[in-house]
Design a protein around this ligand. Structure first.
Ligand code: NAP
Length: 274
């Protein structure tokens, strides 16, 4: 902990954002703008993508090596606050963050997207995992759009009678479980967020009959569900893992308000009574 140089007597604090999402990037930017030199913001990425989107503030990349190692990092780096802004399906790092924060005595906020709820016209089928989702095909459609990332594709390779369109944030280096793009399946490489028009046009162009997505929640990836509804297409939604308990905010704006309060509480706790 060090004092800020701007004449502000309050000690400079350190925030670790566990990132890998648009919300984490938005929060890092907004926290830098709001708190300036008073708060040193570090975003941590797993290192899954070769070209991650730009992040404001400091960046560290790569796994910590589990909860104990993350707790050691929090102590060594003198982290004051942690915001877990990882993807709702990134369950391991969220569990590790909870355990590590308890161990290191660091206050933690989970930035969690609000869940989606089906409305009139939606045809959603919940699946426990990718394996169960694959079993529902091709009875729901013979042209399926898979928006579940590259690591859960293997069960779909066993589906016969269905052609897949796969969307990934970057071109895969390794051969995917589905085979060769172009020959065995269609591939679109694009980074969101996507507009409703984009989603609708893409699905119409590829003759998509069923959409497979993770039940991630939030506004950022909702457009494809709206497009599916408009096109009358069923959606298979992979069930969202249970969220880690603790203080929670639903948006970067609400996380900023939490930061305001958490910083004030830290300053209050460290103020020396005169
Ligand atoms: P995961 O299963 O929860 O995490 C696996 C391991 O990756 C963790 O145990 C940790 O390694 C490391 N890790 C994950 N997130 C990290 C972070 N932000 N900083 C440092 N290390 C991290 O996570 P995942 O599903 O593989 O997702 C990896 C990253 O991609 C996450 O940060 C997530 O926000 C982002 N992402 C995931 C999805 C998805 O659908 N899962 C979608 C979009 C973005 P150690 O055990 O060595 O510490």
């Amino acid at each position: 902990m060090s004092a800020t140089r701007s004449g502000d007597a309050r000690p400079r604090r350190r925030l670790l954002i566990l990132g890998g999402t648009g919300e984490a990037a938005a929060l890092a930017r907004a926290a830098g703008e709001r708190f300036g030199a008073r708060l040193r913001v570090t975003t941590s990425l797993a290192g899954r993508t070769r070209t991650p989107a730009a992040v404001a503030g400091e960046l560290r990349i790569g796994g910590f090596g589990g909860a104990d190692a993350l707790a050691a990092y929090l102590r060594d780096e003198r982290i004051d606050l942690v915001i877990d802004a990882t993807h709702p399906f990134a369950a391991r790092i969220s569990a590790a963050a909870r355990a590590a924060c308890v161990q290191a005595g660091v206050r933690r906020l989970v930035l969690a997207r609000p869940a989606w709820h089906a409305g009139p016209g939606d045809r959603w089928i919940e699946a426990a995992d990718a394996e169960s989702a694959a079993k529902l095909l091709p009875s729901l459609g013979r042209r399926a759009f898979l928006t579940i990332g590259r690591r859960d594709l293997a069960p779909f390779a066993r589906v016969t009678g269905c052609r897949f369109l796969v969307r990934l944030v970057e071109a895969p280096k390794e051969t995917l479980a589905l085979g060769e793009p172009g020959r065995d399946f269609d591939l679109v490489v694009a980074r969101g967020p996507f507009s409703r028009e984009n989603e609708r046009n893409l699905m119409a162009r590829h003759g998509i009959e069923v959409l497979v997505a993770k039940a991630s929640g939030g506004a950022a990836t909702e457009a494809k569900l709206v497009a599916a509804r408009e096109l009358g297409i069923p959606v298979v939604l992979l069930r969202r893992p249970r969220q880690e308990p603790g203080e929670t905010a639903e948006s970067p704006e609400k996380a900023l308000a939490w930061l305001d309060r958490a910083l004030a509480a830290l300053d209050g706790a460290s103020a020396v009574p005169t």
